[in-house]
Design a protein around this ligand. Structure first.
Ligand code: GDP
Length: 188
């Protein structure tokens, strides 16, 4: 069925169902299982737009090292616009809530301690294809595996103290942005 879904060459950020089904991490936050096709549905050109916002944090290691300005410069030079931004500090409880999805992982307690160990900068960013492009800009979780020129390659200290956070899906970008920012705190 997926081969029947067409991509419009004039709209590069529109995703075919085939692309989405092949994306095992469900970056686009869409559960195909929940799609309910009516019997008369004609699958000729279903298209779903990738989101244009993502969420980031400059983590305590990068903030403490005085790298926030250089990281924000890289982010802006890569074409991201700042929609909301604040300097703040998480409590261990808030860090635990933010990273609740990792609760079962062995590094969860360390991660919560680390993320509440000092100030951070939280920001919502805007750009076409924001989530995917930002993940490319920051590089792999472990800086040892991050591509040259990526933010984590340049600034991260370790797999835990890896300089920046970047949302992994449109759905999580919205949840994470809402975790930190009210509507009044955002550029409209
Ligand atoms: P991300 O999406 O690239 O940030 O990676 P994950 O969602 O897998 O992990 C969330 C965060 O947990 C990472 O950014 C790291 O700060 C931390 N982390 C990930 N893997 C490890 C690990 O193996 N050990 C430790 N100590 N921290 C980790």
């Amino acid at each position: 069925m997926s081969g029947l879904f067409l991509k419009n060459p004039n709209w590069p950020n529109l995703l075919t169902l085939k692309q989405i089904t092949e994306n095992s991490q469900s970056q686009y936050g869409i559960s195909l299982i929940s799609l309910n096709f009516a019997p008369t549905f004609k699958p000729t050109n279903i298209i779903i737009m990738a989101g244009n916002r993502t969420f980031t944090m400059i983590k305590p290691d990068a903030f403490e090292a005085g790298n926030s300005g250089a990281i924000l410069k890289m982010i802006e030079e890569a074409g991201f616009k700042i929609v909301a931004m604040k300097a703040t500090r998480l409590t261990p409880e808030l860090a635990g809530k933010f990273y609740e999805v990792h609760k079962a992982r062995p590094f969860y307690a360390d991660l919560c301690n680390y993320m509440s160990s000092g100030p951070i900068i939280a920001a919502i960013l805007e750009k076409d294809n924001a989530v995917e492009d930002f993940r490319t800009l920051i590089g792999a979780t472990n800086p040892a595996n991050a591509a040259e020129g990526t933010i984590r390659k340049i600034f991260a200290k370790s797999i835990e103290a890896n300089a920046v956070h970047g949302s992994d899906s449109d759905e999580n970008a919205k949840i994470e942005g809402d975790f930190y920012f009210s509507q009044l705190e955002r550029v409209l």
